[in-house]
Every structure is written in structure tokens, then in C-alpha cells.
Ligand binder design. Structure first.
Ligand SMILES: [Zn+2]
Length: 420
């Protein structure tokens, strides 16, 4: 990758200064032909500071990494719906909790990224390992192929797509959405990672050879949360190795491919005495990595993952306006009936009436108080900003038509711990 990039830098480019340089980036005259969006489920942003992730860091080093990215939702369906429809939860209206015994509404009839790219002549492939992204809910809209595969075979299956669609049509344009389950519960890191993070074998005793999140949520045994966190980081490293294989498979096309790597939401790992995701809006859950490779425009310091559709279309030279853009500031998003937002990446307001949410309304200074422990007296104008934002974006209509997930999907969701 590095050799290729050096070869492509314009000869007119000035001599590099001896001091700190921005990450090398392609100087392109034309938009990239292809696009790959990689989502690693349940990956909180700061986990990449603690785990060794050479593939993701390498991609970020050659491209760009956002200082602060927000997930469009607090669990998979609203998060990915936001990413693929380019809108906030308030905008697309899919605003439900987990565990509804397999009955959910279909996604709203908003245009989705794959549909737009398909209309532009792209081949469109989606490989996903989280059963919630089911066809029954409408996630397949616009995809030539939308298939659930496990993390273990995702790269192998993507290689087939590269051979069948990309290599067979070198003049064509191609889109792939690749969704790893990654460190989503139940976490089962490789033996190497268990050793590295000191996660003892007895935590994995049981039929699925994984630590169940339920025990960590309840904090039911001494050390279970420490073990869970170690296993979480171990799986991230295993997933990073898969990302490395994926980028290697993509290498012949990489010079002409926009790559976005992010997550659908993070995971609380004991902060505020909570483990898991799906409801709260603390940073561990809403702050996710955001890496782009081959993008011309600089990333803003803060963005929502819901801006991905706009970013992709802008970078591919496709004229299209999406509800959430890279200029949508401050980021405001409704999640599961609550609302949280930041302004300039520093002050964040949380509306959560539950006792664990700290009361009806709290504002935090994320620079001085990254763990969101000490609510401020001054709301920094965020209460009014929320009202203004809501006035400008009427809440989407209630989705009433429920569909039953297939038995196979239902079984996988049970295994993931969603339907307990
Ligand atoms: Zn998820």
C-alpha cells in the first residue's frame, strides 16, 4: 500500500517539511471507482487505543481518522439503519429496543445507500454477521447480494465476490458493505489473545466457549468484568487480523477504492456500573472509530456515522443530498426515545429520566470529565439547541407494520444474547 501511495503522489507536490506531516493521502484527479464500508460491531473508539490493531491503524495512517465519531444509534438496527439511510433515529423513525421476541417493523421507506449506488450502476454486495441485519427487516434493499456469514468466513466470501463481480467487470463500479460481529457478545477470543490478556480458561467453560455478557452485566462473579474486558480486547485484535486479510484481498483494487471503517455502536464495560449496549448514551457506547482511506475532503473533527452515505456519495462524485451531512453540526441524535448531543465535540447533554441516567437532564464537559461523572451547572445552550433541532426535524411517523424474523435469524439472535 505504502509503495503504491508514494508512487501516486503528484510530482509537483512540494518537498516534505522535516517536521510532523499529515498522514499521506492520495492526490487524485478522479473520484475512486469503488467503495467498501467495513463495520465492526460493538467497537468503542477508545478500545483501539488499548488493543493492538495494526491493520486498522495502518489504514488510518494512510488515510484519515476522525477525532470524534458518534454512532447513529445505540444498538445494531437503529445504528446501521442510520448509516445506510444517512439519517438520525429521529429522522428514520426506527426507534425500538432489543428483545421483542423476533417481531420488529421493517425499515422505513427511505432511500438507502445501496439503492442509490445500484441506480448509479454499481454492483452491490453485503456480507453481514449480525442476524438483526435481516432481509425481513429490509436491510437488503439495493443489494444484488445480501448474505449472512460468520466472521470466520467473511473474508473468504468477500474474495469470491471480488472474483465474481469485481475482477469479472474491471470497468464496472463496485460497492461492498462488510459487517463483522467482532467484539459483540458472546466474546470468544483466540487462544493467543486469551493468553495475552490473561483471561483464564475457566471463563470459557460451557457449550459456546465464550464469556456470556449476562455474567458481566450482573457482575455475578469476582473478576468477571475484568475477564470480559480482556476478552473484548482480544476479539478486537482477532478482528483486526481479519481486516488485514480483507485489505490484502482488496489490494489490486485499493488504489481506486474508497474505504470507510467504523462501528454501529460501542459497548459499556463497567462505566456507570453498566456493561452492554442498547439504551444508554455514555461515551463508551456512542463514541466509535471512524477511518477513511482515499477520501479527498478532510474529515471534520466530529461527525455522526449517519454522515457516511453523504461522505461516500461526495467522494465518489455522485450528486446526492442525504439528511445528515458532514456539515451537520452540532451532532444531534435521538436514540431509543432519549436524546443526546454534543456541541463542538466538548459539551454533551444527556436526557435520561432513569436513576442510572443521572436524572432528567445532565451536561458534561468531555474534555475535563471524559467519564461523564460530574454534571455541569451551565447547560451551554444545549437545551435550547435540542428544541431548535427538533423544531427543524419533525419526528418520523410511528412504524406499525411488524414482521416476524425467520427461525434461523431468531436462533442466532438468541445466541447473541439479544432475546433473553
Ligand atoms: Zn451492533
Amino acid at each position: 500500500m505504502l509503495l503504491f501511495l508514494l508512487a501516486c503522489v503528484s510530482p509537483e507536490a512540494p518537498e516534505p517539511a522535516p517536521v510532523a506531516q499529515p498522514a499521506p493521502r492520495l492526490l487524485r484527479s478522479e473520484p475512486p471507482r469503488n467503495v467498501v464500508v467495513i463495520v465492526i460491531d460493538t467497537l468503542r473508539a477508545d478500545a483501539l487505543l488499548e488493543a493492538d490493531t495494526p491493520a486498522i491503524d495502518g489504514l488510518a495512517g494512510l488515510g484519515q481518522r476522525a477525532e470524534h465519531a458518534w454512532s447513529a444509534g445505540t444498538w445494531t438496527v437503529p445504528g446501521v439503519a442510520g448509516l445506510l439511510t444517512g439519517s438520525t433515529v429521529r429522522g428514520h423513525g426506527w426507534d425500538l429496543g432489543t428483545g421483542r421476541l423476533g417481531k420488529y417493523p421493517r425499515l422505513p421507506d427511505a432511500p438507502m445507500l445501496a439503492q442509490v449506488l445500484s441506480e448509479q450502476g454499481f454492483s452491490t454486495t453485503g456480507l453481514y454477521s449480525n442476524g438483526y441485519l435481516a432481509e425481513e427487516l429490509g436491510f437488503d434493499r439495493g443489494f444484488d447480494e445480501w448474505r449472512r456469514v460468520s466472521d470466520k468466513v467473511l473474508v473468504k466470501e468477500f474474495r469470491k465476490t471480488l472474483a465474481k463481480r469485481w475482477a469479472a467487470d474491471p470497468e464496472g463500479r463496485h460497492f461492498a458493505y462488510l459487517h463483522f460481529l467482532g467484539p459483540h457478545s458472546p466474546v470468544s477470543p483466540s487462544a493467543e489473545q486469551r493468553d495475552k490478556y490473561g483471561v483464564e480458561a475457566h471463563w470459557f467453560e460451557g457449550k459456546r466457549d465464550a464469556i456470556e455478557i449476562g455474567a458481566a452485566k450482573r457482575n455475578s462473579q469476582p473478576g468477571v468484568r475484568v475477564a470480559y474486558k480482556g476478552a473484548y480486547k482480544g476479539v478486537i485484535e482477532d478482528t483486526d487480523a481479519r481486516v488485514g486479510e480483507l485489505l490484502e484481498a482488496l489490494e489490486p483494487w485499493l488504489e481506486d477504492t474508497l474505504v470507510v471503517l467504523t462501528s454501529d455502536h460501542g459497548e459499556l464495560l463497567g462505566e456507570h456500573n453498566i456493561v452492554g449496549h442498547g439504551y444508554w448514551v455514555y461515551e463508551g457506547l456512542t463514541s466509535v472509530p471512524y477511518v477513511v482511506y482515499n477520501a479527498q475532503a478532510p474529515l471534520p473533527p466530529m461527525l455522526s456515522t449517519a454522515a457516511t452515505a453523504q461522505l461516500v456519495c461526495d467522494e465518489l462524485g455522485i450528486q446526492r443530498s442525504w439528511p445528515v451531512t458532514l456539515d451537520t453540526m452540532p451532532v444531534v441524535s435521538q436514540r431509543e426515545g432519549k436524546l443526546a448531543m454534543t456541541l463542538d465535540g466538548r459539551h454533551k447533554a444527556i436526557w435520561d429520566p432513569t436513576p442510572r441516567g443521572g436524572g432528567p437532564f445532565s451536561v458534561f464537559d468531555l474534555q475535563a470529565d471524559p467519564l461523564e461523572q460530574a454534571p455541569l451547572a451551565d447547560d451551554h445552550g444545549l437545551a435550547q439547541a435540542r428544541l431548535d433541532w427538533e423544531a427543524g426535524l419533525p419526528e418520523a411517523e410511528q412504524l406499525t407494520e411488524l414482521v416476524q424474523l425467520s427461525e434461523e435469524t431468531f436462533r442466532q439472535l438468541e445466541e447473541l444474547g439479544y432475546l433473553q
